[in-house]
Ligand binder design. Structure first.
Ligand code: GLN
Length: 512
């Protein structure tokens, strides 16, 4: 598959955006069994592509994402498509097509349109982004393109699967506690979580407002940087968005590949019991390659890591319980109104029917943590623990420039394997939650594959780089350098990708 940056360049130079869009649409259709998409509007995608082609013919300059099909996590408001958050609560009758139609675009969507990207469809997710496997979707699960019996990760599983299977060149996801990084690792693609406040959240349906961020999925680091550059920067409509201009990250990546003298922290708490030996070996190999190329590996400690899971699952649920109060059966989507029922019953019945089990569990946990009498013991203590976790990073970044860790303790697990045990599912987020609690930028990139066995095919393994707040340029530079250092691993292609039409697009010579 040619890169998104090359595709955009070719489209600016005369290649048909419509042809690229048709290739993506056909791939999506061929691979509909993956469940990656909730909504695809062929006519709208083709109309966008034709408009780009027309503007080029009229001599207009095209944007950085000219003609590049991008998949959008269905937690982002798009004015020409339903926005369901994979929840029946936001539909009138339980079907995606009866989903809420926002009268506006999220800021990131406006920016993609301004760069002439093609919004190809809305991707599946765990309901309201609550989950790590995509099995909590209110509609259907997503399947891992490497092995359809496995989870693609979550909550942005549809976006990760779309890029991995070659259904779109790029995708947007959101990450509250790992929802970009973990599915990227499970699907063998690059996924990047920006610093909190680096990308506008205007038009993102809120899960946990002090943690939510929007970020890119791509086939390689440079493409992820290209998409990041398009969406990052100030926005007066989101008061939590930094007013400082974003430093471009994409330019210079081709040439700036040295890690000489870079101090890479290896946090001991991220390599303990529970880490799959194949994942550990792949991440340590990545560290060794950086050392061989001149980086300095520095053993560090983030001592409060062990409180990360408890802290996150108190703060995120507390914020979610408040944010999800707006879905009441009156303003949006589903309304269950029975004759003679009062307003309280309308709320209860609508919410009872509209929300799935995991969402209800989170609302109850969060309401409990915030309730008078328990607030001090849970929510307040979680805030204190969050400050300690932030302080850990702060101290460690006095000694190192970036950190290298695993993304997830295991490769992609089987669908159904953890659904009966939410605590086990939560514990698997152990390596992604701390950077979220600290608001730091982090990226997940492929660093190898597992060995095939009788009951498991080859599965991708990801590693995570974490940088200090607002250090996205350093993060991308380091990730790009590491990607090159690992380029000779001979990773086999994703099996679903091999079947995708879009992945051949342009391969036989552009336009061929
Ligand atoms: N897996 C975590 C959760 O279930 C993170 C989800 C996310 O980042 N949206 O909350």
């Amino acid at each position: 598959m040619i890169s998104a940056r090359r595709l955009a360049q070719e489209v600016r130079g005369g290649l048909s955006a419509e042809a690229a869009t048709i290739a993506a649409l056909e791939s999506i259709e061929e691979q509909s069994a993956l469940g990656a998409f909730l909504h695809v509007d062929r006519d709208s995608a083709l109309a966008q592509a034709r408009a780009v082609d027309r503007r080029r013919s009229a001599g207009e300059a095209l944007g950085t994402l000219a003609g590049v099909p991008i998949a959008i996590k269905d937690l982002l408001a798009t004015r020409d498509a339903p926005t369901t958050c994979a929840s029946k609560m936001l539909t009138r009758d339980g079907r995606v097509e009866s989903g809420w139609r926002p009268p506006y675009d999220a800021s990131v969507i406006e920016r993609l349109r301004a760069e002439d990207a093609i919004l190809i469809g809305k991707t599946n997710l765990d309901e309201f982004a609550m989950g790590s496997s995509n099995e909590n979707s209110g509609f259907y699960p997503v399947r891992n393109p490497w092995d359809p019996s496995r989870a693609p990760g979550g909550s942005s599983g549809g976006s990760a699967a779309s890029v991995a299977a070659g259904l779109s060149w790029l995708a947007l996801g959101t990450d509250t506690g790992g929802s970009i990084r973990q599915p990227a690792a499970f699907c063998g693609v690059v996924g990047m979580k920006p610093s909190y406040g680096r990308v506008s959240r205007y038009g993102l349906v809120a899960f946990a407002s002090s943690l939510d961020v929007i970020g890119p999925f791509a086939n390689d680091v440079a493409d992820a940087a290209l998409l990041f550059d398009a969406i990052a920067g100030p926005d007066s409509r989101d008061s939590t968005c930094s007013a400082r201009a974003a430093t471009p990250c994409h330019q210079g990546l081709e040439t700036d590949t040295s890690v000489q003298g870079l101090r890479v922290g290896i946090p001991e708490e991220y390599f303990q019991a529970g880490l799959d030996p194949q994942v550990e070996a792949a991440v340590r190999r990545a560290a060794d390659r950086m050392a061989q190329a001149g980086a300095k590996l520095v053993p560090i400690s983030l001592p409060h890591t062990r409180y990360g899971v408890a802290t996150y699952y108190l703060i995120a649920t507390a914020e979610a319980s408040s944010n999800l109060a707006r879905f009441d059966g009156v303003r949006f989507g589903l309304r269950v109104e029975e004759p003679g029922s009062d307003l309280g019953q309308l709320y209860a019945k609508s919410r009872g029917r509209g929300f799935g089990r995991e969402v209800k569990r989170r609302i109850m946990l969060g309401t409990y943590a915030l309730s008078a009498g328990y607030y001090d013991a849970y929510y307040k203590r979680a805030q204190l623990a969050r400050a300690l976790i932030q302080q850990d990073f702060h101290t460690a970044f006095e000694q190192v420039d970036v950190m290298l860790t695993p993304v997830s303790p295991t490769p992609a697990f089987r669908l159904g394997e953890k659904t009966d045990d939410p605590l086990t599912m939560y514990l698997a987020d152990v390596y992604t939650l701390p950077a979220s609690l600290a608001g730091l930028p982090a990226i997940s990139l492929p660093c190898g594959v597992t060995q095939a066995t009788d009951d498991a095919p080859v599965l991708p393994i990801g590693c995570q780089l974490i940088a200090g707040a607002m250090q996205e340029p350093l993060l991308f530079r380091t990730a790009n350098a590491l990607e090159r250092l690992l380029s000779d691993l001979g990773t086999p292609p994703c099996p679903a990708r091999e079947r995708s039409r879009a992945s051949d697009f342009g391969a036989a010579g552009i336009g061929g």
